[in-house]
Write a protein that binds this ligand. Structure first.
Ligand SMILES: O=C([C@@H]1CCCNC1)N1CCCCC1
Length: 330
């Protein structure tokens, strides 16, 4: 089997939402596909009304195919401090024409304020590795892991775009979705993530390559590109008026500043170009005078995060069959 589903950026490309259908009859939710975690959880009929602000809620009691996973519970805390928790049902899940009949659907009986405030987001679908799934007493496998053996190829691809809809595809590589060739690089999944190491980077079209291994995860659920502080400092040296502002929680610069492109090396002789435009995330003030950088530090995380600022500059192959990541220009 193969599948393809559209994914739509929210304002400033802060996140991408993807339609997912759960249960019988189908209940349609807009979900944040997150390759940086491994739980599929949704707003539900069990989420307190005070914590719901417009989200679509999955109601297992209205699904003839829902089965409660007795005794199973879950709780998750994300790197930004947001969190959710609840219990678990097995039900049919369809996305982009592929479906799995007994997917673990983690229904939220509690969500933190960040999720309540994210009014168009009805839940997250983690597509990292099941080893870090948070359901207890028995961990659950991800939607992709459940599909894997029935897919034409054991892989999925992400084609996120800047300010336009893109696609997640399952089981095949769309040759029309990228230019040139795909460069593959090994994935180390021992920590449960799509973790890989870039050999280095280049700042600006005429910059010199800096050989500096950067180990990080490919995370569609993180908005920004989070790299070591030495790299980030070197980049913003090239941006007039840029400074680290603790009050804003990162590097800020005048919105009319000229931003150099940033090249992330892949494998022995390839690199992904992030256009300067992608290196500005959003205004920090209502006048739109100063802007928050799309590149920020990975301080405190333990590794870097290749989030949407990077991923939307590439065509990305998440190849579980060969434990590797593929990257191409587009
Ligand atoms: O919570 C996260 C991210 C948050 C944004 C969405 N993706 C998962 N983690 C990834 C990095 C290490 C810590 C856990």
């Amino acid at each position: 089997s193969t599948g393809s589903v559209v994914t739509t950026p929210q304002q400033y490309d802060v996140e991408y939402l993807t339609p997912v259908t759960i249960g019988t009859p189908g209940q349609n939710l807009e979900i944040d596909i997150d390759t940086g975690s491994s739980d599929f959880w949704v707003f539900s009929s069990e989420t307190p009304k005070s914590q719901v602000d417009g989200q679509t809620c999955y109601n297992p009691n209205k699904s003839s195919t829902a089965k409660k996973l007795e005794g199973a519970t879950w709780e998750i805390e994300y790197g930004d401090g947001s969190s959710s928790s609840g219990d678990v049902y097995l039900d049919k899940v369809k996305m982009g024409g592929v479906n799995f009949s007994s997917q673990a659907v983690e229904v939220a009986s509690k969500v933190s304020a960040e999720f309540t405030a994210d009014t168009n987001n009805d839940g997250l679908m983690g597509l990292a590795f099941g080893s870090i799934n948070q359901v207890r007493p028995q961990k659950q496998t991800t939607f992709f892991e459940n599909l894997q053996s029935s897919l034409d190829k054991p892989l999925f691809t992400a084609d996120l775009k800047s300010g336009a809809p893109g696609h997640f595809n399952f089981g095949y590589i769309d040759k029309n979705a990228y230019t040139g060739s795909i460069t593959y690089t090994p994935v180390n999944s021992t920590q449960g993530f799509w973790m890989w190491t870039s050999p280095g980077y280049t700042i600006g079209a005429s910059g010199k390559f800096k050989s500096s291994p950067i180990e990080g995860i490919a995370d569609t659920g993180t908005t920004l590109l989070l790299l070591p502080s030495s790299v980030v400092k070197a980049y913003y040296k090239n941006v007039s008026g840029a400074s680290y502002q603790s009050s804003n929680g990162g590097y800020v610069f005048p919105c009319d500043a000229t931003l150099p492109s940033f090249y992330v090396s892949v494998g022995d002789d390839a690199r992904i170009k992030i256009p300067g435009k992608y290196m500005s995330y959003a205004p920090v003030d209502s006048q739109g005078q100063n802007c928050f950088g799309g590149l920020q530090t990975d301080d405190g995380i333990g590794f870097s995060i290749f989030g949407d600022v990077f991923l939307k500059a590439a065509f990305v192959v998440f190849d579980a069959g060969k434990e590797r990541l593929g990257l191409a220009a587009k």
